[in-house]
Design a protein around this ligand. Structure first.
Ligand code: GLU
Length: 464
């Protein structure tokens, strides 16, 4: 069975780059009826926080990236790392290193001075340390005895074959002085113990993979498949950062992006299925596979995300959109009883917006009194228009309350007073909504409802 995972370090919110990596791992498991595991890599105790764990779980839940196992915390598995470390020591693949931090700095500086690449020189390898006396008061770290020669080669699901010479790698740390595992060690023990078949992660980890593969070999663990997904860049080609705008998943929620739209946009960023730009989460799961994932970084385009969001809003069921608005804190003080049916109104307005926040703004005016600005009053509510407005108001009294009948009244008034549509529609928009931009006025009148329309027009007319 296919088993994939997402293994964030809880050192901040869920970045959209991380979310996209999680999305690919999740979709791959879902497509093949496999399992998706969530692991929290919290061994960097200084930088990890409960708050970040919460933020990551909330973001994944909001995006609908459900997991089958976890969250599993690395800090709950320290005994297991210790046990595997012992077995590496016993087979001669790991050794304790007593070099002090100052000593390591000095070692690297002297390597640099001699024009060498800074790397750990193996001074505490058992064969080199035979005559060394153990220094007092140093907490040793456990190092991996990396092979000195040969190449590490793997077939990356995204990048194809990658080969790295062991001469590029040094004896990296497995256990820190405090006994916690480093990333490169914990990840191997976990990916193996959790029976992962595919390790999907950001390509900032490509350099770590050969070290991990060497540990797999030393332990005689079967290798999973690796797939390294390219970074997401800002519009200027730099690595995406706060300076490019929103980078956290929850910020997009706050800005009124639908989870399915963010999923669609992130999925498409670096992966394609023909010319399809707008698709559902089910379609994505059905279509996703690694050959169509691009090996080069994609640029984040906020305008396109907005467009995709608008398309998802158009396609989404009106009642679901109403629920999204009602459960947000966008309209907490609104009295929904004093206006039209929300879902029906949404149906009328949703084609004109690209975010839920804009949709909320555009529905709100139908439930709130909106003062008319002086400038609009002077421009559109002139004395000359009053007789035509009055005529329309009278006609509406007896009209059937359906859009064609309302349109017919409107047409009759226009004809009688020799007016063009905007000359009557603009004052009506203002009197009924306080706005100069609304959908077709006959539709607006229908949806606001007879009682409210007649009352608003009556008050409006008395003020002209
Ligand atoms: N904790 C690592 C990160 O957040 C995970 C890398 C991996 O998936 O192996 O970058």
């Amino acid at each position: 069975m296919i088993r994939t995972r997402f293994a964030p370090s809880p050192t901040g919110f869920l970045h959209i780059g991380g979310a996209r990596t999680a999305l690919y791992a999740w979709a791959f498991a879902r497509k093949f009826g496999g399992q998706f595991i969530l692991r929290i890599e919290d061994t960097d105790q200084e930088r990890s926080s409960e708050e970040s764990v919460r933020a990551i779980l909330d973001s994944m839940t909001w995006m609908g990236l459900d997991w089958d196992e976890g969250p599993i915390y690395q800090m709950d598995r320290l005994d297991r790392y210790r046990e595997v470390a012992e077995s590496l020591i016993s087979t001669g693949h790991a050794y304790w290193c007593f070099a002090t931090p100052d000593e390591l700095v000095e070692m690297r500086e002297s390597q640099r001075r001699s024009g060498l690449k800074p790397r750990y020189d193996g001074r505490w390898r058992p064969e080199n340390a035979v005559n060394m006396t153990l220094p007092q008061g140093v907490n040793p770290v456990l190092r991996f005895k990396n092979p000195d020669s040969g190449h590490v080669v793997w077939n990356d699901l995204v990048k194809g074959q990658i080969s790295v010479s062991n001469e590029e790698l040094d004896d990296f740390v497995l256990l820190r002085g405090d006994g916690t595992p480093t990333y490169n060690f914990g990840v191997v023990v976990d990916d193996y113990d959790m029976k992962l078949t595919h390790v999907i992660r950001g390509d900032d980890h490509v350099n770590n993979t050969p070290r991990q593969i060497n540990v797999y070999s030393a332990l005689d663990f079967a290798l999973p498949q690796f797939g390294h997904v390219p970074m997401i860049l800002g519009h200027d080609g730099d690595r995406l950062s706060k300076r490019h705008g929103a980078v956290s998943v929850m910020q997009y929620k706050d800005e009124g992006v639908l989870p399915d739209a963010l999923l669609n946009y992130l999925a498409r960023l670096g992966w394609s299925h023909g010319d399809d730009e707008v698709f559902s989460r089910e379609q994505f799961v059905d279509w996703f596979d690694f050959p169509q994932v691009s090996g080069s970084p994609a640029k984040f385009d906020a305008a396109k995300l907005n467009w995709v969001n608008g398309e998802h809003i158009k396609r989404q069921d009106n009642h679901l959109l109403a629920q999204t608005i009602l459960s947000s804190n966008l309209c907490s003080k609104t009295d929904w009883e004093c206006g039209p049916d929300l879902a029906t109104l949404i149906g009328l307005l949703k084609d004109r917006v690209t975010t839920i926040n804009e949709l909320a703004d555009s529905v709100l005016i139908y439930y709130q009194e909106r003062p008319i600005s002086d400038a609009d009053r002077t421009k559109f509510l002139k004395q000359e228009i009053k007789p035509a407005l009055q005529n329309f108001y009278d006609a509406l009294h007896d009209a059937e309350w359906v859009r064609p009948a309302i349109a017919a009244c409107l047409k009759a008034s226009l004809k009688d007073f020799e007016l063009k549509m905007p000359q009557l529609a603009m004052p009506l928009r203002l009197l009924l909504t306080g706005q100069t931009q609304t959908p077709a006025i006959d539709a607006v009148i229908e949806i606001i409802g007879r009682e409210r329309v007649l009352e608003r027009l009556k008050i409006g007319l008395s003020n002209i």
